[in-house]
Design a protein around this ligand. Structure first.
Ligand code: S3P
Length: 440
């Protein structure tokens, strides 16, 4: 990953007009991984071309999938992927490097589980410090082995087994990566695998697996699948990423005179809890579903500058529906009247970096009071605050922090410096070009 620092200058004029954002990261990963598991050749389009998705592409190639994608004029990837189907993946010659991508590593753990292969998974320094036992624990109950025994972090070697036992599992946290790993392993187990979670996490797996011919029962906080089964090739058109669109929408809210529309963006309710929070804050944001891709709704997201925002209290059960947007929502909360509270955001401590500490650190630089009490995050807004000159933010190599702190410069009146800004390539490589184009 890049170590560069970047000076981010204020936008010369308000954001104005319509745009598209690159393909959804979560759906792109699943399109790659499910196509690789399937029998036959799947067709995919709108796939996000970013470092994280490339990690999934590299991984499935190493496991024997044939990936033929080409860059399109709009910057997305499209083409065909021939999976390993009922033959299973081949034994890779080397460890699989998942880079910065937690989704690649954790979903692969479920994918490898039912096959007689021995795979070492590794990643960059950030990924190698993130918790993995949360995935290994249920897979071990199904019969999978991990070496070294009891290890919490990558690198880790997984030894799959063709005699996978179905499980009924209560997940300790709402995590779509954990849910997906267990369900993907469950596709090959003899019987019904059930996963229950404390709050609903994103449901792209439950929506996409039936498109690959595998019936999946999805409730509000449960998912189940009955095996053994095999995925059959499908077609996936990836809509735009609402987590990327959030940066454009929040920029428009904060920059006087702005009004933007993001088209063809995923409006899956499990992903746009942040829009509802902004509405409750009094922001002028709205969504309109125009079509579906498979079972995934997508459409238009609109946002315009809102001078008066109020603090809100966001309950724990909603957090999973905005888990990746809390850094940028925290910056918006800094402009609001009153205190904003995000309840039980402990998961933020184990993202690409400790986002909770990083949010408090960054907001403190801006002169905004932000603190935690237990696992709750508090931000005391200061309407009309302006950033002091010469601020330097450390993104900690975390793409969502890099974009959040860049918005301080872009929507404010003085430039800021963002260290390791190149990390935006993980999810939104053309972030700066897109936002600057809207302000021309
Ligand atoms: C993701 C799930 C979330 C999210 C991550 C992508 C996914 O992680 O933060 O960016 O694609 O399933 P958790 O499962 O750890 O909540």
């Amino acid at each position: 990953m890049s170590t560069d620092e970047r000076t981010i200058n204020p936008l010369p004029s308000p954001l104005d007009g319509s745009t598209h954002v690159p393909g959804d990261k979560s759906i792109s990963h699943r399109a790659m991984l499910f196509s690789a598991m399937a029998e036959g050749t799947s067709r995919v389009s709108g796939v996000l071309d970013s470092e994280d998705v490339r990690a999934s592409i590299k991984a499935v190639r190493a496991l024997g999938a044939d990936v033929n994608l080409e860059k399109q004029l709009d910057g997305s990837l499209a083409g065909g992927i021939t999976g390993w189907g009922a033959h299973g993946p081949r034994q890779p010659e080397e460890p699989i490097d998942c880079g910065n991508s937690g989704t690649t590593a954790r979903l692969l753990m479920g994918i490898i589980a039912p096959w007689p292969v021995r795979v070492t998974l590794t990643g960059d320094d950030s990924l190698c410090s993130r918790p993995m036992r949360r995935i290994a624990a249920p897979l071990m109950k199904m019969g999978v082995r991990f070496e070294p025994d009891g290890q919490e972090t990558l690198p880790m070697t997984e030894v799959g087994t063709p005699r996978l036992e179905p499980i009924s599992y209560d997940a300790p946290m709402a995590s779509a990566q954990l849910k997906t790993a267990v369900i993907l392993a469950g596709v090959y187990a003899q019987g019904t695998t059930v996963l229950r979670e404390p709050a609903p996490s994103r449901n792209h797996t439950e929506l996409m697996l039936p498109e690959f011919g595998v019936e999946t029962v999805a409730g509000k906080c449960t998912a189940s699948v009955t095996g053994p089964n095999v995925l059959r090739a499908s077609e996936v058109r990836v809509p735009g990423d609402p987590s990327s669109a959030a940066f454009l929408a929040c920029a428009a809210l904060m920059k006087p005179g702005s009004a933007v529309q993001v088209e063809d963006v995923s409006l899956n309710p499990a992903r746009i809890g942040w829009v509802q929070v902004l509405e409750r804050m009094g922001a002028e944001v709205s969504t309109m579903v125009t079509a579906h891709s498979g079972k995934e709704p997508y459409g238009i997201l609109s946002a315009r500058h809102t001078a008066v925002l109020r603090g809100v209290d966001v309950p724990a059960r909603e957090i999973a529906s905005m888990v990746d947007e809390i850094p940028v929502l925290s910056l918006v909360a800094a402009h609001a009247q009153g205190v904003t509270v995000f309840r039980d955001v402990s998961e933020l401590r184990v993202k690409e970096t400790d986002r909770l500490a990083a949010i408090i650190d960054g907001l403190t630089k801006l002169g905004i009071s932000a603190w935690t009490h237990g696992d709750d995050l508090f931000i005391e807004g200061q309407p009309g605050f302006t950033a002091p000159e010469g601020l330097v933010f450390d993104s900690h190599g975390d793409h969502r922090l890099a974009m959040t702190w860049a918005l301080v410069g872009l929507t404010g009146t003085v430039p800021v410096t963002v260290e390791r800004f190149g990390s935006v390539a993980v999810s939104y490589p053309r972030f700066l070009e897109d936002i600057e184009r809207l302000a021309r």
